[in-house]
Design a protein around this ligand. Structure first.
Ligand code: KIV
Length: 268
């Protein structure tokens, strides 16, 4: 039996109960009301309104142009579409740059969207920011490894923790973020053995993306799962549907039907 069986909205306590029971945690992104409702009905435990919104929905090359107002608009729509999943909203680039800025951003998100928690990218340096929010009663999901908001500093999107010093840095960061009070931590594109070690070491759940099977939970961008993309899909995402193909076909049939209708007399 699942550690979370009733229909009430899940909280950090339920997520920790899953971690303790060993049951894996399923998390997906969503950016709009309808998709969020479907994802919620299908049984995902955490919905992340990720700042991947920038690439996936808004057509930006990176997540950097995404604003707090963008996140608040989409997170509100997601939250209103759901009744059971815990909903977490990313704090976008520049809105969590120091503890007080992050606190203001997180308060705005929680007050204006209904979301229950925020996610903050960054290693050990983000620990004081996490601590400030937690002190104010705001649950924080941390995020280490590939942190797309730092893409220009990192010099691209690649796997993290490949050598011993890099692995040790990730392990230390995970420990500091747990100590600061993060309720969970995303491990993005980390060497699977390092992700497994971090998972074993921590009490809080790790949620992996492209970091191997041994994390306490997994997250994917919804579009990568359902095949709703017009560009390349990360290698670790194995699409389970071809929604892009279904849309192209349905729209193609619609266009053909419209065109097949007998011609109207021309005007003018
Ligand atoms: O923005 C996002 O969608 C994310 C997930 C990929 C973890 O941070």
């Amino acid at each position: 039996m699942s550690a979370t069986t009733d229909n009430k909205r899940l909280t950090t306590r339920d997520i920790h109960a899953l971690r303790r029971s060993g049951e894996k945690i399923a998390m997906l992104t969503a950016y709009d009301h309808v998709t969020a409702a479907l994802v919620d009905q299908a049984g995902v435990e955490i919905i992340l309104v990720g700042d991947s919104l920038g690439n996936v929905v808004l057509g930006y090359e990176t997540t950097l142009p995404v604003t707090l107002d963008d996140m608040i608009r989409h997170a509100g729509a997601v939250y209103r579409g759901t009744t059971r999943a815990m909903v977490v909203c990313d704090l976008p680039f520049g809105t969590a740059k120091d503890p007080e800025t992050a606190l203001g951003s997180a308060i705005a998100v929680l007050q204006q969207t209904g979301c229950q928690a925020v996610k903050i990218e960054g290693g050990g340096a983000a620990a004081p920011i996490v601590a400030r929010l937690v002190e104010q009663g705001i649950p924080v999901m941390a995020h280490i490894g590939l942190t797309p908001q730092a893409v220009h500093q990192l010099g691209g999107y690649y796997r993290h923790g490949k050598d011993a010093p890099a692995a040790q840095e990730l392990i230390a960061a995970a420990r500091e973020l747990q100590k600061a009070g993060a309720f969970a931590i995303v491990l993005e594109f980390i060497v699977p053995e390092v992700a497994a070690e971090i998972t074993q070491m921590l009490d809080i759940p790790t949620i992996g993306i492209g970091s191997g099977p041994d994390c306490a939970g997994q997250v994917l961008v919804i579009n990568d799962l359902i095949g709703l993309n017009v560009g390349p899909v990360p290698g670790f995402a194995k699409p389970k549907a071809d929604v892009a193909g279904i849309i192209r076909q349905a729209v193609g049939e619609y266009v053909a039907e419209v065109k097949a209708h007998p011609k109207e007399p021309s005007i003018g």
